[in-house]
Write a protein that binds this ligand. Structure first.
Ligand code: AMP
Ligand code: MN
Ligand code: MN
Ligand code: MN
Length: 280
């Protein structure tokens, strides 16, 4: 079997950040769904990788060490995935520590804003869902949902904590240049995560791709969890135009996302160069 025939999922989350499954459960779930090569890419942390590695060795799935880094680009939150990073790399880890401080400060602000909107106890409530791990807006959304403020997770983002909503606090994340340099410095490959989700104009997305490439970025997610055929084709064209390799990942966060099944991503467009050719 050549590498192209494998079932790849190069973007996923565990309880080390805002996923629902422990790293071991996630790896097992992915293997059961037919994934053969899985990247664990938790937000701003690599703590889940060693547990995932042990589970992957046990069930015969190939694990890629990954991370998803929060970046502020053009005043917007953009995510850069690092694949094949060395989790021991000191500069990468120092950067991630810094980002987690930013996260803590931002969580306080979100809780204050929610209190002004009449939602009390949001910080402790979200922390209970994060269970001592990375605190994310996902956990605030879980709290808002459980307390009956909203009927769905999406509702929590639409009404309270989505970008630009009253409960949202932007946070000063790291720069695109730093994220790419940490990933490259840790021997990894930098990939623009879910490019269609930032609601950037075509001009801005071209700017992002151009800058990213210039800084040493390597790939872009042409296939992401929710992408439809039109989006795949469109992002495939960005990949070709900017000579970026194409990645694919579900961005799986857990079984409660009933619409998202692991192991079922559509193939990359034929004209794209798959990102795994960078390392295989
Ligand atoms: P944070 O990194 O704390 O800003 O949280 C961002 C996370 O919130 C993303 O990684 C998603 O997992 C989640 N998220 C963002 N938008 C939505 C949405 N509309 N519905 C559900 N989850 C979302
Ligand atoms: Mn997430
Ligand atoms: Mn993301
Ligand atoms: Mn993600």
């Amino acid at each position: 079997m050549n590498a192209e025939d494998k079932n790849y999922d190069l973007h996923s989350h565990s309880t080390a950040s805002d996923g629902e499954l422990t790293p071991a459960e996630l790896v097992k779930h992915a293997a059961e769904k037919g994934v053969q090569v899985l990247a664990l890419t938790d937000h701003d942390v690599t703590d889940g990788l060693s547990e995932a590695r042990a589970a992957a060795d046990a069930c015969g799935i190939e694990l890629i060490n990954g991370v998803e880094i929060s970046v502020t680009w053009n005043k917007k939150l953009v995510h850069i995935v690092g694949l094949k990073v060395d989790p021991q790399n000191a500069a990468l880890q120092a950067g991630l520590v810094e980002l987690r401080h930013t996260r803590d400060g931002r969580s306080l602000k979100i809780a204050e804003r929610l209190a002004k909107m009449g939602v009390e106890g949001a910080l402790a409530g979200a922390q209970a869902y994060a269970n001592g791990k990375i605190l994310s807006r996902t956990h605030f959304a879980q709290f808002l949902l459980a307390q009956g403020y909203v009927k769905t997770m999406q509702g929590a983002f639409d009404k309270y904590i989505g970008e630009g909503k009253k409960g949202y606090a932007a946070g000063e994340w790291t720069s695109l240049a730093d994220a790419v340099s940490w990933i490259n410095g840790a021997g990894g490959v930098a990939v623009i995560a879910h490019p269609a989700r930032y609601q950037l104009s075509a001009t801005k997305l071209r700017e992002l791709c151009g800058e990213f490439k210039e800084l040493g970025g390597v790939g872009i997610e042409v296939v992401s969890g929710k992408s439809d055929p039109l989006e795949v084709r469109n992002m495939g064209e960005y990949a070709q135009r900017f000579e970026l390799a194409a990645s694919m990942g579900s961005d799986f966060h857990g079984p409660s996302q009933a619409w998202l099944q692991m192991g079922r991503l559509p193939p990359l467009p034929k004209a794209c160069r798959p990102v795994w050719q960078c390392w295989s």
